[in-house]
Design a protein around this ligand. Structure first.
Ligand SMILES: NC(=O)c1ccc[n+]([C@@H]2O[C@H](COP(=O)([O-])OP(=O)(O)OC[C@H]3O[C@@H](n4cnc5c(N)ncnc54)[C@H](OP(=O)(O)O)[C@@H]3O)[C@@H](O)[C@H]2O)c1
Length: 315
């Protein structure tokens, strides 16, 4: 089968590789749409992806075979699979506990555009207990996770301020429900104070964003596009102890399958009810995965980038 493989210089190349087989507890998925996100960029750039391995954390496709211990009834079902690696390929073998159901008739590209990003966004909003009327700031709001966090917080009745980098992106975020926007490239743009900050960026500016929390505010770090926060990041929490601020990290890797399943149910219910739209940036053929990753790394995408078998489908 065709797959996208990491070579010795950490570049992506297209190769013919042996088809995987479903081992015990696994299913074999035939991929239709494959999610690309900043996590793929980070893994490639930090050297944690070994030469010869196949990247890819998120695949929507049909179950073609089931290994021992897996119900045969899964065969033929369309699922969203979240393997640790191996997703940039025509087929992937993945543990049956890494599958999420996809409703009949759902658009595969929309489902993968929600996928992992929606679970991060929903998990971050859920864990910070966003309530109606809360003021929520979303950093990285134009990204794959951010466009969904903006909508999910809005759907909970929050007043969302989206941080972004251009008037065009700001306008698109307002159309998705952001009440206000801040352009991070314009020093004259001012922030307010917030009950919740959803931060997909991190980096050296975490500390100044922590200063924006109102009493009993919650700050969730769920990404690191901007790098590692500085060493003095906790100083505002200690100095303003009387405000009872909470700083928490949220990684999907820590979320048990049952909790993931419940979060996915909430995502689908919101999507069905019109409160959450998948935001597709563009698709690339699987064989152009390197270009897709470069596109995400350049920070130009708005919403989700997807790899498809065959030719480019959108925009
Ligand atoms: N917690 C988890 O379990 C989990 C799971 C998957 C991914 N992640 C992480 O979440 C982060 C976001 O992923 P994503 O796929 O949503 O990324 P993305 O689509 O590339 O979006 C990130 C957005 O952040 C903004 N941005 C980029 N560089 C920035 C900078 N230096 N300072 C401030 N803002 C900047 C850009 O939006 P604007 O230009 O509009 O500001 C960009 O669109 C990544 O670090 C990824 O590894 C976490």
């Amino acid at each position: 089968m065709r797959a996208v493989v990491v070579d010795a210089s950490q570049e992506l190349t297209v190769a013919d590789v042996p088809e995987p087989a479903a081992g015990p507890g696994e299913v074999l998925i035939e991929a239709e749409a494959i999610g690309v996100g900043y996590m793929d960029v980070m893994r490639l750039r930090d050297g944690s992806t070994s030469a010869g391995s196949i990247p890819g954390l998120e695949v929507l496709g049909r179950v073609r075979a089931a290994g021992s211990g897996v119900p045969e009834g899964l065969i033929g079902r369309r699922v969203l699979a979240q393997p640790d690696f191996g997703g940039y390929a025509e087929q992937v073998a993945v543990g049956a506990d890494r599958l999420l159901p996809v409703p009949d008739g759902a658009d595969p590209v929309e489902m993968v555009a929600l996928g992992l990003n929606a679970l991060v966004a929903e998990g971050a909003v859920h864990r910070t207990g966003v309530l109606p009327g809360d003021r929520v700031l979303v950093r990285g709001a134009g990204g794959g996770i951010g466009v969904l966090a903006t909508q999910i917080a809005r759907a909970r009745g929050a007043e969302v301020t989206a941080v972004t980098s251009s008037p065009e992106r700001a306008e698109r975020l307002r159309a998705l429900g952001a009440a206000k926007t801040v352009d991070r490239t314009r020093p004259e743009d001012t922030y307010g104070t917030y009950d919740v900050v959803v931060d997909t960026v991190a980096g050296p500016r975490v500390r100044e964003h922590l200063e924006l929390l109102r009493p009993n505010g919650r700050y969730v770090l769920c990404g690191g596009v901007g790098g590692v926060p500085g060493p003095d990041v906790f100083e505002p929490l200690l100095r303003d102890f009387h405000r009872s601020s909470t700083l928490l990290a949220f990684s999907l890797r820590s979320v048990a399958p049952e909790e993931r399943g419940k979060s996915w149910e909430r995502v689908l219910a919101l999507h069905d009810g019109g409160g959450l739209a998948a935001v597709l940036d563009r698709s690339f053929p699987l064989t152009e995965a390197a270009a897709a990753l470069q596109w995400v790394e350049r920070g130009k995408s708005f919403g989700k980038v997807v790899l498809l078998q065959g030719q480019q489908r959108f925009p």
